[in-house]
Design a protein around this ligand. Structure first.
Ligand SMILES: [Zn+2]
Ligand SMILES: [Zn+2]
Length: 289
């Protein structure tokens, strides 16, 4: 009996596999069309298409015995893409808060899931959310998310990938906006290494980061009290409380303390919040700067 049933089962499996793969391709293709429509500003059409793809994904999740809001097996990538594009449509419709809430919800649903592919999706959603937080000025929230992407076990561990470079560069920009220049330089160096190894030194991305580094070096040699420091050999002093304010010496630091105090307290509190959530990847990074 088995010998007769087996070929039938095998051919049925082949048919189902083909169907599943066609379904995946059509979902991917549908999403790509929706994303293009979104980029062309055809938001209504894009919205309808995305809703259709999402309904199919919900249906497939239920068929697989999963919660309807979770990605169906093997479809984490398109599931993530669909939600990110839905958020984009939302944002373009002038509802950034709703867009951010959608991405945050997707991130919260994704995190408990396992598997490398889904981990990569989590990274992409985190990256997207961090971008939104940064846009509305939440530098602390953005920094927390970027830092989480550098923790051990993250899919960004490949230090020569474009994603590693992109995240490192974005984190360095957030750190720079917060005034944490030494820390910012650390991630600029990571971004430079990733882009150099991935694209080479003639690449526009590499050159952009190299220019950012030149600008940063100038800021690193600027005293918060008296301005640019001419002496190239002088070792700058950094405020030990907030790690942000930089001085040419103890005299300037003392004179500047009253002006710096409110910022110092705020930055210190922000640093503590970030450390509590995002941990610290010191020592995990490349040592050859
Ligand atoms: Zn000074
Ligand atoms: Zn300080």
């Amino acid at each position: 009996m088995f010998s007769a049933a087996l070929p039938v089962a095998t051919s049925a499996l082949a048919v189902f596999e083909t169907q599943a793969s066609e379904q995946t391709h059509s979902l991917v293709a549908l999403h790509q069309v929706a994303a293009l429509r979104c980029r062309l500003g055809q938001l209504d059409v894009a919205g309808v298409m995305l809703e259709k793809v999402r309904e199919t994904l919900v249906h497939l999740a239920e068929l697989a015995g999963l919660h309807r809001n979770l990605p169906p097996p093997g479809l984490a990538r398109v599931w993530t893409d669909v939600h990110i594009t839905m958020a984009e449509v939302c944002k373009l419709r002038g509802r950034p808060t709703e867009a951010e809430a959608l991405v945050r919800e997707v991130l919260e649903l994704s995190v408990p899931q396992e598997g490398h592919l889904l981990q990569r999706s989590v990274a992409r959603v985190s990256f997207e959310l961090a971008r939104m937080q940064r846009c509305r000025g939440d530098l602390v929230g953005a920094e927390q998310l970027y830092r989480q992407l550098f923790l051990p076990g993250s899919p960004l561990e490949n230090k020569n990938s474009a994603n590693h470079g992109n995240t490192a560069f974005n984190l360095s920009q957030v750190l720079q906006a917060r005034g944490l220049l030494t820390e910012s330089r650390k991630y600029l160096v990571k971004a430079l290494q990733a882009y150099r190894n991935r694209f080479g030194t003639a690449n526009e991305k590499y050159l952009k980061v190299a220019r950012a580094r030149t600008n940063l070096e100038t800021r690193l040699r600027t005293c918060a009290k008296c301005g640019p420091v001419a002496d190239k050999d002088l070792l700058m002093k950094v405020c030990s409380v907030c790690s942000a304010a930089r001085y040419c010496g103890a005299a300037c630091q003392k004179l500047h303390w009253n002006a710096h105090r409110p910022d110092c307290r705020r930055i210190k509190e922000e640093n503590d919040d970030i450390a509590a959530v995002a941990g610290n990847d010191d020592g995990a990074g490349p040592s050859n700067a």
